[in-house]
Design a binder for this molecule. Structure first.
Ligand code: NAD
Length: 291
């Protein structure tokens, strides 16, 4: 396939490189980043999109997606598919999907989980919103870049699935970290806490697969001085998107709101910026109830 790829950052570069390594012709564009090996760098977003069977975007936010969409939709061939893999507002995804449909294009919002390691290893999970036909035509590309792709319903539902998942993840990470810090103060060793909780009803992905306590459980960013991994500021972004969607849909999400407030404080006022989101554990460690 002829693929255009816009946004060659931490995630986009390895995803585009994997498509090129699998034999696809990939024209890449980024305002700053160089193209990875195998990807032909072109001079504009429109150049990447013109003549592409599939255009993939992997951009920082919804405003940038909308600006790029205005440049690429007019030049894309009717019947081509626009796949946005960025994490953006549900409403932004639905707006751009509408513009794409009006221009005779297929559309998928297909945000990912799996992080930079998953992008490099081709093991991402894609959660997609769009038509069955668009999903079927792009599935071979998802198979190269990832290990699983789930069609969640019409346009915007991929973003909805992503923020629901990450709202659970943020809330659960905080709960896991505050429980470890409380266990310290109660004289319970972290290893004992892990041994019990990881096989009891408090188990979770954050405890069992991504344990925030160094030296306990499987290897995780905690064992690497909380280098990300999944940076706290990216969690802050996703929790903000979740609350924006909750407000728009009149959904009552008190735990999501509390998680957003804690990560905002951690990133903006404390030492969370640039650290893994599991560094909430050292944050809680030294604090008392009034802090
Ligand atoms: P990044 O900042 O490394 O990459 C974004 C790239 O987009 C940058 O290289 C930037 O120069 C480029 N860009 C910005 N504006 C542009 C424009 N107008 N035209 C062309 N290129 C432009 O970010 P990332 O970590 O690769 O994340 C990309 C998306 O994936 C985000 O929406 C993020 O929320 C999501 N995501 C990231 C992770 C992760 O672990 N990094 C995990 C899941 C989802």
């Amino acid at each position: 396939m002829k693929i255009g790829f816009i946004g060659l950052g931490n995630m986009g570069a390895p995803m585009a490189a994997n498509l090129a390594a699998a034999g696809h012709v990939v024209a890449g564009f980024d305002t700053v980043a160089d193209a990875p090996s195998g990807v032909v760098r072109v001079g504009s977003a429109a150049e990447a999109a013109a003549g592409a069977d599939v255009l993939i975007t992997m951009l920082p936010n919804g405003a940038i997606l909308q600006a790029v969409a205005a440049q690429v939709i007019p030049v894309m061939a009717s019947g081509a598919v626009f796949v946005d893999c960025s994490t953006v507002e549900v409403d932004a995804a639905r707006d751009v999907a509408g513009l794409a449909a009006a221009a005779g294009l297929g559309w998928l919002d297909a945000p990912v989980s799996g992080g930079v390691g998953g992008a490099a290893g081709g093991t991402l999970t894609f959660m997609a919103g769009g038509s069955d036909a668009a999903f079927a035509s792009v599935t071979p590309l998802f198979d190269i870049m990832g290990q699983k792709a789930v069609l969640c319903g019409p346009a915007g539902n991929g973003q909805a699935a992503k923020i629901c998942n990450n709202m659970i993840l943020g809330v659960t990470m905080i709960a896991t970290c505050e429980a470890f810090a409380m266990a310290d103060k109660l004289g319970l060793s972290r290893q004992s806490m892990f041994d019990v909780v990881s096989t009891s009803s408090g188990y979770s992905w954050t405890m069992n697969a991504y344990c925030p306590a160094p030296g306990v459980g499987p290897k995780s960013p905690a064992d690497n001085n909380y280098q990300p991994g999944f940076a706290a500021e990216l969690m802050l972004k996703d929790l903000g998107l979740a609350q924006a969607a909750a407000e728009a849909a009149d959904a009552d999400t008190p735990m999501g709101a509390a998680a957003l407030a804690l990560y905002r404080r951690f990133v903006e006022d404390e030492d969370g910026l640039g650290r893994d989101f599991s560094a909430m554990l050292p944050r809680f460690e030294g604090r008392g109830r009034g802090d």
